[in-house]
Write a protein that binds this ligand. Structure first.
Ligand code: C2E
Ligand code: MG
Ligand code: MG
Ligand code: MG
Length: 275
């Protein structure tokens, strides 16, 4: 009986593995056609200055709705896109789309602060990344000062010198650079010191349950102090409650982003945040 059960469990396990890999293959092949099939769109989440409550910018977040597979989270498909070598193409699509949106808000006389775009590690490793960004800005007419790029600490894992160089060039062009999910990656303080960045985004895992969670509260305070000592702007991600916002404001955090203010929204629903 035990053996039979064991066999059944085994059968069940292999079957679900197979299903998982079939799903994965479907995901991969659908992803290949997503751009040409118009299956991607961007949503935007406002970032606010703590204290004044003024909107200081929007983060562009990619959405993928496949006719068969439905809405798939970027947390799922971005790593797949990286694995199958599609991230550069997708990342460039996002950049063009977001820059064009910023340029059209400017043309309509709407103020939006900065528009920020997530950049994956492999994109930064491309020799032509700087030229690509510059070309997108030229073509869309968005001045570099209106663009922010969010990179993660893990982008420094291979060829940090090349990454530092490309970030330097982008910074000199006037693009704002921030480190996303700060504290969750592998980078050392040595990298932080050398990275030509302007801003740290405290990862939402450290914002959860502050000020009740003593460890997270200590970490959030320490990151704010560290960042300010390095002359960096600090933004908290994943702010969901007034208690979190009040604590962060009192701790000197500069900006916040999260469901407390707004979920990411499609362009048509952003009017209340556009000046
Ligand atoms: P991220 O860049 O750290 O973006 C923040 C994520 O937190 C977003 O999830 C956002 O919807 C979510 N979020 C915002 N406020 C709250 C909150 O108050 N509570 C909670 N629980 N979540 C909140 P999303 O849009 O699902 O994106 C997940 C991740 O996928 C992003 O994390 C980013 O790493 C990646 N991603 C999204 N779009 C792109 C893209 O265009 N390019 C690249 N390379 N990565 C992207
Ligand atoms: Mg981000
Ligand atoms: Mg983040
Ligand atoms: Mg994240």
């Amino acid at each position: 009986r035990a053996k039979a059960n064991g066999r059944n469990n085994y059968a069940f396990y292999t079957q679900s593995l197979t299903l998982a890999s079939v799903e994965h293959l479907k995901l991969q092949s659908a992803l290949h056609d997503a751009i040409s099939k118009d299956a991607f769109y961007l949503v935007y989440q406002p970032k606010l200055a703590l204290g004044t409550g003024q909107c200081v910018g929007f983060e562009a977040l990619l959405r993928w709705e496949d006719p068969q597979l439905g809405l798939i989270s970027p947390a799922v498909f971005i790593p797949v896109a990286e694995n199958i070598g599609l991230i550069n193409e997708i990342g460039l699509w996002v950049l063009k789309q977001a820059a064009a949106q910023g340029a059209s808000w400017l043309a309509e006389g709407k103020t939006f602060g900065r528009i920020s775009v997530n950049v994956a590690g492999p994109q930064l490793q491309q020799k032509q990344f700087f030229t690509q960004v510059k070309q997108v800005l030229d073509e869309t007419g968005l001045p570099p000062e209106y663009l922010e790029l969010e990179v993660t600490e893990s982008c420094m894992m291979s060829d940090p010198l090349a990454v530092i160089e490309v970030l330097k060039q982008l910074g000199e062009l006037g693009v704002e650079l921030s480190v996303d999910d700060f504290g969750t990656g592998y980078s050392s303080l040595n990298y932080l010191k050398r990275l030509p960045i302007h801003k740290l985004k405290i990862d939402q895992s450290f914002i959860r349950d502050i000020p009740r969670d003593g460890n997270n509260t200590a970490i959030a305070k320490a990151v704010i102090a560290l960042g300010h000592a390095l002359n960096l702007c600090i933004i908290a991600e994943g702010v969901e409650t007034p208690q979190q916002a009040a604590f962060l404001e009192a701790a000197g955090c500069d900006q916040a982003q999260g469901y407390l203010y707004s979920k990411p929204r499609v362009v048509d629903e952003l009017d209340e945040f556009l000046g």
